[in-house]
Design a protein around this ligand. Structure first.
Ligand SMILES: [Zn+2]
Length: 640
C-alpha cells in the first residue's frame, strides 16, 4: 500500500474536520458553517461515505482530506501529507529534500543488479564453471530459450569472484553490500553472498531486476536463498515471473500462482505463460495489489500437503480482502447471522475463512484452488513436464474457493456421526451465510444438507440457534469491536485516465484534455497539474513530492490491454471515454449537490418561518426574558 493510501486508510475525514470546526448531523452526512467563507447558515458538507467535503455556498469547491488540510492550513500537498502522516502515526521515510539522493541510490541499485545478472548469466551460458548449473537445468528439462528469457545465471563457488568483477566495473564495496550481493564481515571486509548457486533474477512488473533468488546445486543449506530486503527489493511485494507473465495474464484473463521458481520456468516453457510464483508460503497484500490490475480470475496451485493447504487458505484470504469489493446488497437474515457469528471468538470456526468466503462473494473476482494429486509429492513443474494433459485438467477442474473449503472441512470429520454432523454444520453454515448471491447460497445450503443427509430446514433452524447463542454470548461478552475500516482509497477511472496520459506522451497534444477538477483524489490532481507543465516524466518526477512518487510509479506500472498498447487510435478513444466518464461523474455529483442545496434552502425557509412563528407567539415570553437579562445585567443577543 502506498503511503498516501495508508494515510487515507487511517484517517477519517470527519474526525479531521471536526478538529477545526463543529459539525452537525445532516442525515447520513454532516454539515457546518463553512470555514472558508463567512455565512450564517451551514452550507459546508462532509460526506463520510465518500470521505469528501464540499461547500455549496460561496466557495463552491470541495475535495478529500488532503485538499481540506491544504486549504485550511494554507500548505502545499507535501506539507499536508506530513501533517496527516504525523496525525495517523505514520513515519514518512524521507523528507522531500533527500528525494533526489534516494532516487539516485535506487537507480544505482538497479544498475548493480542488472550488471550482476548479466555477469551470472554469462557465466552460466559460456564458461566451464557454469557446467554444474547447466547440467542441473538440463536434468530439469529447462530449454535454452527459457534460460535466456528468464536470464538465469550461475554464481561461481568463490568468496570474491562477483565482488572483484563488480568492483572492477566501478561499483563500491559499500554499494554492493547495500545491494545485498556482498555480505559484510564482522571485523571489516566482505565476501560474495551467492556462491555455487543457480541464479534467478527477480524483476518487478516493469522488468527491472530488484533482487536475486538462488538455488543450491549441492546439499548446501538453505536450498533456496535470495537478496536481503533493500530499498528496491521486498520479497513480499513481488511475484516471480510477473514481468514475463503480464501479457499472457491479460490475454488469457487468468493468473495461476505456484510456489517455486522452477514451476514458473517449466510452466512458461510449456505454454503456460500466465504462471507466477509467490516467493514464500503465503501471499501478501502487496502482491495482490500487483495482480489486481491484470485479472480477477486467480487460481492458486500450491502444495497438496497440510501446510500447503494452510498456505493456500491464508493466501486466498489476502486475495479476497485486497481485491476491489463491489457494494453488496442490503444484509439478508443470513448475513446478519454471519455478522453476529464473526464478532468475538468463534470456537471451531476460522473467522478468516468465513471472511474470505464472504469477501469473495461480494468481490468481482473468481478465486479457485488447484488441488495437486496427493501423496506423490509432485510439484506443478513435474506434472506440467511429465503429464501436460493432467495439468490442463487440474487447471480446468480447479475448485471454487467454497467447494475447496467444504472438502477441507468435511474430510476431517466423520459425517455419519451425529456429533460430527453438527460440527460440520457449525463450521460451514456461517460460511454459507456469507454468500451474497441467493442462488449460490441456496446451492451450497442444498449441498451441505445433501452431504450431511439432513433437511435444509433443520440447517436453517440450526443457523438461527447459532445466531441466538452468539447474541447471548455477545451481550455477556466483551465490548463491541469497531467495524473494519473500509475507506475509499482510490478512484479507478481517475487512475486509468492519468495512467494513459502518463504512459503515452503523444496524448499530451490531444486537443481535449481533462480538467483538473475532474480529479477528486488530491494525489491524482497533483500529478495531473504538474504533468500539464512537464515536457516529460523526468521533469514531472522532479516536481513531485517523494511520497507522491510512489503513486506515480504505480500509475506508470499499470499495464493496458494489447489493443491500447498497440493502437494509437484506440488509446485516444480510451482517453476520450475516460474523460467523458469523469465529466459524467462530476455532473452526477453536481446534481446530487443541487438537491442538497435545494434541501438547504427549504430548511432555511423552514427555519425562517419557524422564527417568525416563534416571534409572533413568543413576544410575551421574549419580553419576560428581556426583563430577566436586564436584571442580571447581561445584554441579550440579537436574534437572527
Ligand atoms: Zn464555503
Amino acid at each position: 500500500m502506498t503511503i498516501i493510501n495508508e494515510i487515507k486508510q487511517r484517517t477519517d475525514i470527519t474526525e479531521v474536520i471536526a478538529e477545526y470546526i463543529p459539525l452537525q448531523k445532516a442525515g447520513r452526512n454532516l454539515k457546518a458553517l463553512c470555514p472558508f467563507h463567512s455565512e450564517k447558515h451551514p452550507s459546508f458538507f462532509v460526506f463520510p461515505e465518500q470521505q469528501t467535503w464540499h461547500c455549496f455556498g460561496a466557495c463552491g469547491t470541495g475535495g478529500d482530506v488532503f485538499s481540506f488540510i491544504m486549504k485550511k492550513e494554507g500548505v502545499d500537498f507535501g506539507q499536508a501529507l506530513q501533517l496527516l502522516a504525523r496525525r495517523a502515526g505514520i513515519t514518512l521515510s524521507s523528507p522531500a529534500v533527500s528525494r533526489e539522493v534516494e532516487d539516485k541510490k535506487k537507480d544505482r541499485l538497479y544498475q548493480i543488479n542488472e550488471t550482476a545478472t548479466e555477469y551470472y548469466h554469462h557465466l552460466l551460458l559460456t564458461t566451464k564453471t557454469g557446467e554444474l548449473a547447466r547440467g542441473y537445468l538440463t536434468k530439469r528439462k529447462i530449454m535454452p530459450e527459457t534460460i535466456k528469457e528468464f536470464r538465469l545465471g550461475f554464481s561461481p563457488d568463490s568468496w570474491e569472484a562477483a565482488k572483484n568483477y563488480l568492483m572492477n566495473k566501478g561499483y563500491e564495496e559499500k554499494e554492493l553490500i547495500e545491494a545485498g550481493l556482498l555480505i559484510e564481515k564482522e571485523g571489516g571486509g566482505s565476501y560474495d553472498r551467492f556462491r555455487g548457486r543457480l541464479m534467478f533474477p527477480i524483476c518487478d512488473i516493469q522488468g527491472r531486476v530488484t533482487g536475486l533468488g538462488a538455488r543450491a546445486l549441492d546439499n548446501s543449506l538453505p536450498k533456496y536463498t535470495n537478496s536481503p530486503q533493500t530499498s528496491i527489493f521486498d520479497k513480499s511485494s513481488n511475484l516471480y515471473g510477473i514481468d514475463n507473465a503480464k501479457t499472457a495474464i491479460r490475454k488469457k484473463n487468468q493468473l495461476i500462482i505456484v510456489e517455486g521458481y522452477m514451476d514458473v520456468l517449466t510452466a512458461h516453457q510449456h505454454g503456460w505463460q500466465n504462471v507466477v510464483a509467490s516467493m514464500g508460503t503465503s501471499l501478501t497484500e502487496k502482491q495482490v495489489a500487483l495482480i489486481k490490475s491484470l485479472t480477477k480470475n486467480i487460481s492458486l496451485a500450491l502444495d497438496a500437503d497440510a501446510a500447503g493447504e494452510e498456505a493456500t487458505l491464508r493466501g486466498a484470504q489476502i486475495l479476497t480482502q485486497s481485491l476491489d469489493r463491489k457494494a453488496g446488497p442490503a444484509l439478508s437474515w443470513s448475513q446478519e447471522l454471519a455478522r453476529s457469528l464473526h464478532k468475538g471468538k468463534t470456537p471451531d470456526l476460522s473467522p478468516s475463512l468465513a471472511g474470505l468466503v464472504k469477501y469473495q462473494s461480494i468481490l468481482d473476482a473468481e478465486i479457485k484452488v488447484i488441488t495437486l494429486p496427493e501423496g506423490e509429492g509432485k510439484d506443478p513443474d513435474e506434472i506440467i513436464a511429465e503429464n501436460p494433459t493432467l495439468w490442463q485438467n487440474l487447471v480446468e477442474q480447479a475448485a471454487p474457493l467454497l467447494d475447496f473449503t467444504f472438502e477441507a472441512i468435511i474430510n476431517k470429520l466423520d459425517v455419519n456421526k451425529a456429533k460430527d454432523k453438527s460440527l460440520a454444520a457449525q463450521r460451514l453454515l456461517p460460511l454459507i451465510c456469507e454468500i451474497n448471491d441467493p442462488v449460490q447460497q441456496d446451492h451450497y445450503l442444498r449441498k451441505l444438507a445433501h452431504i450431511l443427509q439432513v433437511s435444509e430446514s433443520s440447517l436453517i433452524t440450526a443457523s438461527k440457534k447459532l445466531q441466538l447463542s452468539k447474541r447471548k454470548q455477545q451481550s455477556v461478552g466483551a465490548t463491541e469491536q469497531a467495524p473494519p475500516l473500509c475507506r475509499p482509497l482510490s478512484n479507478p477511472i481517475e487512475e486509468y485516465c492519468l495512467a494513459l496520459l502518463l504512459q503515452y506522451s503523444e496524448l499530451h497534444s490531444v486537443a481535449q484534455e481533462p480538467s483538473a477538477e475532474y480529479f477528486e483524489c488530491t494525489e491524482n490532481r497533483e500529478i495531473f497539474l504538474k504533468w500539464q507543465n512537464s515536457p516529460d516524466i523526468a521533469v514531472l518526477r522532479s516536481k513531485l513530492d517523494t511520497e507522491i512518487l510512489e503513486h506515480l510509479d504505480y500509475l506508470l506500472a499499470k499495464t493496458f490491454p494489447p489493443a491500447i498498447q498497440e493502437n494509437g487510435e484506440t488509446r485516444q478513444l480510451a482517453l476520450t471515454d475516460c474523460i467523458l466518464r469523469l465529466q459524467e461523474r462530476l455532473s452526477r455529483e453536481s446534481e446530487a449537490r443541487r438537491e442538497i442545496v435545494l434541501n438547504l434552502a427549504r430548511e432555511k425557509e423552514g427555519m425562517e418561518a419557524e422564527l417568525i412563528k416563534q416571534e409572533e407567539q413568543g413576544t410575551k415570553f421574549s419580553q419576560q426574558l428581556k426583563e430577566i437579562f436586564i436584571k442580571q445585567g447581561r445584554p441579550r443577543r440579537g436574534g437572527e
